[in-house]
Design a protein around this ligand. Structure first.
Ligand SMILES: N[C@@H](CCC(=O)N[C@@H](CS)C(=O)NCC(=O)O)C(=O)O
Length: 198
């Protein structure tokens, strides 16, 4: 099984943590999405990572779908099966992923658009989405139990990525999230190896 990755991606980090926790072995292929390599586009027509290719050639994306698949392979070690636990896990994961989606678009505005084509009101709108999402996560984080789930991995991946890309812009504003991520490696030591990095 192969996973197209980039080391900085929060979505990739989430999937890799989920696979590690579930005991699902995955070979990683470092990928430059900007170059639109043919093997990535064959696996995922959207040209995004993570994309998973199984041994029989079946491809899966996006990160939430890959995590669901890993959860099935690993005997539901990633998503609680009771209604309340399922709802909380999915809500937190969707919020964390949505924050990353919005914040990444603001980076792409700088990376892929010439300066005279950038539109600050649009960037500000994406940032408002991200900070509103962070407000919600700050309120929900204490509800997550100790047993790691896709919600834990999505938040941990997001905060690791924010530490890379938005360092100094969120830590004081979100003390509960800051304390939570500082303690996360105690319950999931592989975080140090699998978190987003440049
Ligand atoms: N919803 C997708 C988002 C994936 C995503 O945006 N990945 C970024 C890297 S962090 C990417 O591949 N960007 C390249 C592009 O948008 O063309 C998921 O959860 O997998």
């Amino acid at each position: 099984m192969q996973l197209f990755i980039s080391s900085a991606s929060p979505f990739v980090a989430k999937v890799r943590m989920a696979a590690h926790h579930s005991g699902v072995a995955i070979e990683t292929i470092a990928t430059d999405t900007g170059a639109e390599p043919a093997d990535l586009l064959t696996a995922n027509p959207l040209g995004k990572i993570p994309a998973l290719v199984m041994d029989d050639g079946t491809a899966l994306y996006d990160s939430a779908v890959i995590c669901d698949w890993i959860d099935r392979q690993g005997g539901h070690r990633l998503v609680p099966q009771d209604a309340a636990g399922w709802l909380l896990t999915k809500r937190v994961e969707a919020t964390a992923d949505g924050i990353a989606d919005a914040a990444i678009l603001t980076l792409y505005e700088q990376r892929y658009r010439p300066e005279d084509k950038r539109h600050q009101p649009w960037v500000d709108k994406q940032l408002r989405k991200a900070w509103r999402g962070m407000d919600v996560l700050e309120g929900l984080i204490a509800s997550l139990g100790k047993e790691p789930s896709t919600a834990h991995f999505a938040v941990a991946a997001l905060l690791g990525w924010l530490d890379l890309r938005f360092h100094g812009q969120w830590e004081e504003r979100y003390p509960s999230l800051s304390a939570w991520i500082a303690a996360f490696p105690e319950s999931f030591p592989a975080y140090e190896e699998l978190k987003p990095r440049l």
